[in-house]
Design a protein around this ligand. Structure first.
Ligand SMILES: [Mg+2]
Length: 296
């Protein structure tokens, strides 16, 4: 009986996005911090790579270190305030900043099963970029939760990275979304039966653009989730996207065009309809089995 009480409704659908190269062209540090400081991106990334190659730094920690103690930031330190102001300049792929989220909500509302089964849609970001920027982008309000690299700020200045998100530990956050344990202080290591999880993987859609998303897509794939690889609409299909689809990490690929009528929106609509049908089907099967249990 206790098990039945704990069973989650599992009628929430989550779309989980990578950020750089997925919702936004390029890379958020380049479009915001580098632009404001006049930093040559090639030189910065070369320095970051040197920390990895010569001093054994983890890739994400290397760039987070440079943003604190590269000479240019020693002279003019980054601050919480500056990062917030820079967030305004974050560019988006077509549609992202102009109606995509509202249109998807309208699409959900147009399907009668959504209201009947009480289905809701949530959006999440998991990014190796900076939390302080992402928390202040214009589309922030559409996301239930954003996970990204975070600094400990003291007197407004970053002193040490308190959260690092890289390719492989991105998957930890998929499990947080899956189990509904959002706070970093909550352990996700304990076993949780599938039926108690807030959002099963089959109700999730992961959208990412590159090799850095492969571990997340692999988790999605193995757990019955859905993955879509996207690429810059101004380019031809990159080889890494072809590889992701050929190796079955992603079921679909499309240009990162979030405007109505785009291929990506068609794929998203199809995937949402599939998930909605499976939620409705499962809940009716559960009602049957509950009825039988009560009447045996
Ligand atoms: Mg990316």
């Amino acid at each position: 009986m206790t098990r039945m009480k704990k069973r989650a409704a599992q009628n929430i659908i989550a779309i989980v996005y990578d950020f750089d190269g997925t919702l936004s062209p390029g890379n958020m540090q380049e479009e915001t911090i580098f632009r404001a400081y006049g930093i040559d991106k090639k030189k910065f990334w070369a320095k970051s790579r040197a920390l990895v190659d010569r001093r054994g730094y983890e890739k994400t920690l290397a760039y987070l270190k440079l943003l604190i103690d590269d000479p240019v930031f020693k002279r003019h330190p980054l601050t919480k305030q500056k990062l917030r102001e820079f967030a305004v300049h974050t560019p988006y792929y077509p549609g992202v900043g102009s109606g995509y989220f509202d249109q998807l909500r309208a699409f959900m509302r147009s399907l009668p099963e959504v209201a009947e089964a009480g289905i809701t849609l949530e959006h999440y970001i998991i990014s190796s970029g900076l939390e302080e920027i992402l928390e202040h982008v214009s589309i922030r309000k559409y996301f239930k939760k954003i996970y990204a690299c975070a600094y400990d700020f003291q007197r407004g200045r970053p002193v040490f990275p308190k959260l690092v998100i890289n390719d492989t530990n991105k998957t930890q956050f998929l499990f947080r979304i899956n189990k509904g344990k959002f706070k970093l202080s909550e352990s996700i290591n304990q076993h949780m039966p599938e039926e108690e999880r807030r959002i099963p993987f089959r109700n999730m859609i992961y959208i990412g653009d590159g090799i850095t998303d492969v571990p997340s897509m692999t988790v999605m794939q193995k757990a019955g989730g859905n993955s879509i690889a996207v690429y810059d609409p101004a380019r031809r299909v990159p080889r890494e996207v072809k590889v992701m689809v050929a190796e079955r990490r992603a079921q679909h690929f499309a240009p990162a065009d979030f405007r109505p009528q785009s291929l990506l929106i068609k794929i998203l609509h199809q995937t949402l309809k599939k998930i909605i049908a499976s939620i409705v089907y499962r809940s009716s099967a559960e009602r049957s089995s509950d009825w039988v249990r009560r009447h045996m």
